[in-house]
Design a protein around this ligand. Structure first.
Ligand code: SF4
Ligand code: SF4
Length: 430
């Protein structure tokens, strides 16, 4: 942060940093009370809780990162309501409903969304989009801050490869996205609707058309993310051949292998010795093409539609990223509740027994949050078990800078000043 700031000029300056950046790395600065409390006492309550209502999923994505624990575990509606009230009591501001499995497989998703809304918290929904009923659509459009559908394809062929599902499911998902846009109009809601696309060498050819489709459907944005998977035996099987011959033509071979993979039985395999990162077969052969396509997608942007991707996470495609921070602090501000009511530091470590912070079936949220059990679990966090960079990387960079005065070059003091003055979009969704 070695930059000269003329405070008088800055004070008179018009704000130029977009407050519409849904992925702003400065969101935590809109929660200075919590940040200062953490800095002083080493403890504060979370702003956002990601709640996995169920581990069931209607899709069969061959390389689903949750596949080790996709099963029938589901929080009952009564348990969910009790947990939501406990979160409200400690001042949680937003609840993200995602996976684990797919929240639409929960029999009371509609009621859960409404319950969160009635209790004054923000709510978001991340889904594969297949089982969005009219009731869920109405509930999310009326109560939600945002909803995101994992599209990951420009047509049935790629959809089959990515989600393991047949053509009619692709059309169903696309139809449901259109229904969401329609319902937003009908209920004059300002819920933000987005789609996501996982990009790798095996999907790069569809990204532009998928972005164009998203724009045509009338959603607000497409978020393109690098394809990550677990570092496990299956991945190694795909990689082994590609390490020997990491050329582009080998991608087709890898694709065939990916399509053949089935989600294994529900044995928890997140034992703390696995890592998440893009497999070589999809991150290396076409990295330049991926970066070119991302730029091309940007051309589709206009005042109603945006294209975003995490620049820092794409840098790993070219092996450029380095970490300044030495510890994870962001788990003080956001946490994950799994479908069996256990707490974990983040979704990337969900269901990893080594990092379980406590069980809500045995203790209250407050008790767990202040417990030695939680402290012991988070103090064990080893970056070897985390993707690099992870989805919450930017918040850790900021927190490290606040606590230790040491920051990456990407944190700008000028932007920090603006961010404190301007509410960041979706500030409660870290
Ligand atoms: S939609 Fe695919 S990636 Fe998501 S939980 Fe279901 S199987 Fe896994
Ligand atoms: S993946 Fe990121 S947020 Fe999760 S524990 Fe690791 S560093 Fe922290």
């Amino acid at each position: 942060m070695a930059e000269h700031i003329d405070l008088q000029t800055e004070l008179n300056q018009k704000i130029s940093v977009s407050s519409h950046n849904l992925q702003s790395k400065y969101k935590l600065l809109n929660h200075l009370d919590r940040v200062l409390e953490w800095e002083k006492n080493g403890l504060t309550y979370p702003i956002l809780v990601n709640f996995t209502l169920t581990n069931s999923c209607s899709h069969r994505c061959p390389l689903c990162t949750s596949r080790d624990f996709l099963d029938k575990r589901t929080v009952s509606f009564e348990e969910a309501k009790d947990i939501i009230l406990q979160l409200k009591e400690v001042g949680v501001k937003a609840i993200g409903l995602g996976g684990g499995g797919d929240p639409t497989c929960h029999p009371h998703l509609k009621e859960v969304i409404e319950f969160i809304g009635q209790n004054g918290m923000e709510v978001s929904l991340t889904t594969n989009g297949q089982l969005l009923t009219d009731g869920i659509i109405e509930a999310v459009v009326k109560n939600g801050t945002w909803i995101r559908v994992s599209l990951d394809a420009d047509g049935p062929q790629l959809f089959k490869r990515m989600h393991g599902m047949e053509e009619e499911v692709f059309h169903l998902v696309v139809g449901n996205i259109a229904k969401l846009v329609e319902a937003r109009k009908f209920f004059t809601s300002d819920v933000v609707i987005g789609v996501t696309y996982l990009i790798g060498a095996h999907t790069v050819e569809g990204v532009y058309n998928a972005a164009a489709l998203a724009k045509k459907l009338g959603v607000d944005y497409i978020r393109i993310r690098p394809f990550f998977t677990w570092d496990d035996a299956k991945k190694e099987k795909v990689e082994k051949e590609n390490v020997e011959n990491p050329e582009a033509e080998n991608v087709e071979k890898a694709n065939a292998q990916i399509v053949q993979m089935n989600i294994p039985a529900s044995i928890s395999k997140r034992d703390g010795i696995q890592r998440v990162f893009p497999p070589k077969s999809v991150r290396e052969p076409k990295s330049e093409e991926i970066l070119r396509e991302l730029q091309r997608c940007k051309e589709l942007e206009d005042e109603r539609f945006s294209v975003s991707y995490p620049v820092d996470r794409f840098q790993t495609i070219r092996g450029e990223n380095q970490r300044v921070h030495k510890m994870c602090y962001v788990h003080h501000f956001t946490t994950v509740i799994s479908a069996d009511a256990k707490l974990y530091p983040c979704c990337m470590l969900e269901d990893n027994a080594k990092y379980c912070l406590g069980n809500l079936k045995e203790k209250s949220f407050k008790e767990i949050w202040h417990s030695d059990e939680r402290k012991q679990a988070y103090s064990k966090i080893n970056f070897k078990d985390c993707p690099n960079p992870c989805m919450l990387e930017k918040h850790n960079e900021l927190l490290w800078a606040i606590k230790h005065g040491e920051s990456s070059e990407e944190i700008s003091l000028k932007e920090v000043l603006y961010a404190v003055k301007v509410p960041q979009a979706h500030a409660n969704f870290l």
